[in-house]
Write a protein that binds this ligand. Structure first.
Ligand code: URP
Ligand code: ZN
Ligand code: ZN
Length: 462
């Protein structure tokens, strides 16, 4: 099966040029100008950009939480990702206490199989660091699960003490994996939460008021220091705060292998959203929380300067009805997380490229190439080059859309960006050479997505 895409502007993390792309059996075969080739299928990309498919390395599909699950499973979540121009995800498998990493991975394979419409990999969340799970980390790396998320927050559930974190880091330093860290000081937060509840403060905004940005800054600094002592690279997930960015920047200036992502919600939403009337603030309950607006400019600067390398989503949707509602009388019972898998690319293009904060190459770098490199998927994913998977997005930079829960595909009853107009949208999406989205319709069957066996993490300093 051969597909020829003609007439578009090919954009990678480093280049922009007019070119045709010949795809054969799901892989990019040739790139050239006025290619002399025959094909079974033709796509006219005149006036459009051709981007590498988005790579979202932070999703929680079908994630169990307090008796229910995040509302997108691997089918609805990957369909939404595809509509948004994302063609690979890396989701988080969870090892619960008392469980082995192998059992946890099996569970997540079963969740995804037969459902995913795009390719997917897994990180492993470790909540039980013991001699067996440390040994199993090597096995995970051999099976293509080459990154491990550890938590410095959520006491009693996921939180690890520094000794356990350090043990896991030492092991990762030997097996070529990457530590992904949820950096918030869980002990401090727990005290603040109990105090707020004892004072009768139950509204959603207290979720943010009990998770200060300094608790994120302190934990980020500690995570990096622990990683330095263990001689292992560390990747800070969902970074939100100036204090945390300062810790990453200072480490990187000293040549330490510290990396970090932020997410669209921290670039476009703010603490003010928690002040929306009634229980509406629950829509934005996530950890770390949204910050006051002045943090946004710092995050954009970090993305421009390279101190932040990735924009992922932390897609973890819960419906207001029956899920977020669980915390109506107690903010600490509101399921943590928000939807975003479908809106990442268009939000970052509109608010980043169109607003003049980053250029087009940097947009590709932070939404596709960078995450693919850091998480062992490059050059199979994350770029447009002969031999790479033909995961491509035909992007219309002139078309606009109004984001709304009614028209988006995520399985959740609200959208945090409801009514926001964005310019620059994906028009045609290809995964391994197959058109999976065109003319606003899905052309992919559940289960076509393949498990991505990832390699070790890429270059140590980006
Ligand atoms: O609130 C969030 N971020 N929910 C998902 C779990 C996590 O910590 O990433
Ligand atoms: Zn987290
Ligand atoms: Zn997360």
């Amino acid at each position: 099966m051969r597909t020829l895409i003609r007439g578009g502007q090919i954009v990678t993390a480093t280049d922009r040029y007019a070119g045709d792309i010949l795809i054969e059996d799901g892989v990019i075969r040739t790139i050239g100008q006025s290619l002399d080739a025959t094909a079974d299928h033709h796509i006219d990309a005149k006036g459009r950009l051709i981007l590498p498919g988005g790579v979202d390395v932070h999703t929680h599909l079908d994630m169990p939480f307090g008796g229910s699950n995040s509302s997108d499973d691997f089918e609805t979540g990957t369909v939404a990702a595809a509509f948004g121009g994302t063609t690979s995800i890396v989701d988080f498998a969870i090892q619960y206490r008392g469980e082995s990493l192998t059992e946890a991975l099996d569970h997540w394979h079963r969740r995804a199989e037969g459902k995913a419409v795009i390719d997917y990999g897994f990180h492993m969340i470790m909540s039980d660091v013991n001699p067996q799970s440390l040994a199993d980390m090597d096995r995970m790396v051999n099976e293509g699960v080459t990154s491990f998320k550890l938590f410095m927050a959520y006491p009693g559930v996921f939180m690890l003490d520094d000794a356990s974190i350090f043990r896991a880091m030492l092991r990762t330093g030997e097996n070529g994996g990457l530590i992904a860290m949820h950096a918030e000081n869980g002990g401090v937060i727990d005290v603040l939460v109990q105090r707020a509840l004892a004072q009768g403060h139950t509204a959603p905004r207290y979720h943010a008021l009990t998770r200060p940005s300094l608790a994120e800054g302190e934990a980020t600094h500690r995570a990096i220091a622990l990683a330095q002592m263990a001689h292992v690279p560390v990747y800070i997930v969902h970074l939100t705060a100036k204090e945390a960015l300062d810790a990453v920047r200072q480490a990187r200036d000293l040549g330490v292998a510290a990396y970090a992502e932020t997410c669209p919600q921290y670039l476009f939403l703010s603490y003010d959203n928690y002040e929306e009337p009634g229980f509406e603030g629950a829509k934005y309950v996530m950890s770390p929380p949204l910050r006051p607006k002045d943090h946004q400019d710092e995050l954009w600067k970090g993305l421009g300067s390279g101190d932040l390398q990735v924009v992922s989503t932390d897609h973890c949707p819960f419906c207001m009805k029956e899920q977020k509602e669980l915390g109506r009388d107690d903010f600490s019972k509101i399921p943590n997380g928000a939807p975003g898998i479908e809106t990442r690319m268009t939000l970052v293009y509109d608010g980043g490229v169109r607003a003049g904060r980053i250029d087009l190459n940097r947009f590709v770098e932070i939404t596709s190439t960078g995450p693919a490199k850091l998480f062992g998927l490059f050059p199979r994913k994350g770029t447009i080059a002969p031999g790479s998977d033909a995961d491509l997005v035909i992007w219309n930079p002139d078309a606009s859309a109004v984001l709304s829960q009614k028209t988006l595909h995520m399985n959740v009853d609200y959208n945090p960006y409801e009514g926001r107009r964005v310019q620059g949208v994906p028009e045609i999406v290809l995964s391994r050479g197959e058109v999976i989205v065109q003319d606003g319709a899905l052309h992919a069957r559940p289960g076509r997505g393949r498990f991505l066996r990832r390699g070790p993490s890429g270059p140590r300093i980006m």
